[in-house]
Design a protein around this ligand. Sequence first.
Ligand SMILES: *[C@@H]1O[C@H](CO)[C@@H](O)[C@H](O)[C@H]1NC(C)=O
Ligand SMILES: *[C@@H]1O[C@H](CO)[C@@H](O)[C@H](O)[C@H]1NC(C)=O
Ligand SMILES: *[C@@H]1O[C@H](CO)[C@@H](O)[C@H](O)[C@H]1NC(C)=O
Ligand SMILES: *[C@@H]1O[C@H](CO)[C@@H](O)[C@H](O)[C@H]1NC(C)=O
Length: 278
Amino acid sequence: MVLISIFLIIIIYLHPISAVKCPSCIDICINTTSTSLSINESYCDLIIESAAVCKSELYVELIDTYPAVINYITAPSNALITGNADSVLVTTINIPLDIGNPYGSFIYDCYDEDLCNNKIVQKQYEELHVVNYTELTIKLTELLYNNQSISKRQPIECYNRNNQIEQCSINRNCQATLIIEQGRSDLLITTSISDRRPGSLVGLRLRSKSVGNDYKKITISYTCNKNRCNDPVIVRQIRQIFFDIGFINSKANSLKFLSIILFITCLIINICTRFMSY
Ligand SMILES: *[C@@H]1O[C@H](CO)[C@@H](O)[C@H](O)[C@H]1NC(C)=O
Ligand SMILES: *[C@@H]1O[C@H](CO)[C@@H](O)[C@H](O)[C@H]1NC(C)=O
Ligand SMILES: *[C@@H]1O[C@H](CO)[C@@H](O)[C@H](O)[C@H]1NC(C)=O
Ligand SMILES: *[C@@H]1O[C@H](CO)[C@@H](O)[C@H](O)[C@H]1NC(C)=O
């Protein structure tokens, strides 16, 4: 009983019940041709006085000139707060290269001050908005996309999980995932993937997750249908493209291949199972 009380006191001490003011706005139309995110306040006059978390979600088309819809949501109080009460911002940019247009989303959770979500979402929107996505799409297309119809295409070679070149069957595309964390080596995973899926088959997704001011992790993941398009050299070129437009702020340091880690893990498991079977 005493232990439980102490435990409870520690929990309450670690997670003071915060209460912040959050705007609650639903389905606001914004004009994506203007560079700043001007929100018509008349939609937002409902302010929740005692929310635990201010949660904002914004989805935007990045090339269309049509007005987009912005959706502000405030999560009511009983959301679980973990970590050091740091706000979390997740930005995702999708750039399909075969069909469709680029689009992005921001999801922001904060609880450190009243109306904490307004400025950050606005700033992110502005940073995203200055990029010329037509130009970006052209650059990525050159490296990753072969627009020939499937019947005319030759089977391609891809780097596999062991970072070795492998001949793929006609219906497979190459894939690469690059993980960039501050102060660490980049991590690269290469593989191939079947293209019998609905929707866009060739394209790139960049996902950036920031926690407070200190931690940031960026994951670039793409599927491509050009020969050896998940070559580490091409992955580096793509990293440089996003560095140049300011989406990545750390220069490329050394590159680690996950396959090495996987290989060592397999080796250890292998040795262990052999050892155990004796
Ligand atoms: C959007 O803004 C641009 C310039 O700021 C303007 O020319 C255009 O008419 C606006 N579109 C709509 C639908 O409000
Ligand atoms: C905000 O939206 C309301 C309702 O649609 C409209 O009457 C008002 O003029 C808008 N205000 C601005 C500044 O655009
Ligand atoms: C974006 O890039 C394209 C292709 O390079 C160019 O034609 C267009 O003028 C650029 N748009 C802006 C607003 O700079
Ligand atoms: C494929 O791309 C080339 C230029 O790279 C263009 O001339 C051609 O029209 C495109 N074909 C299709 C089917 O989009």
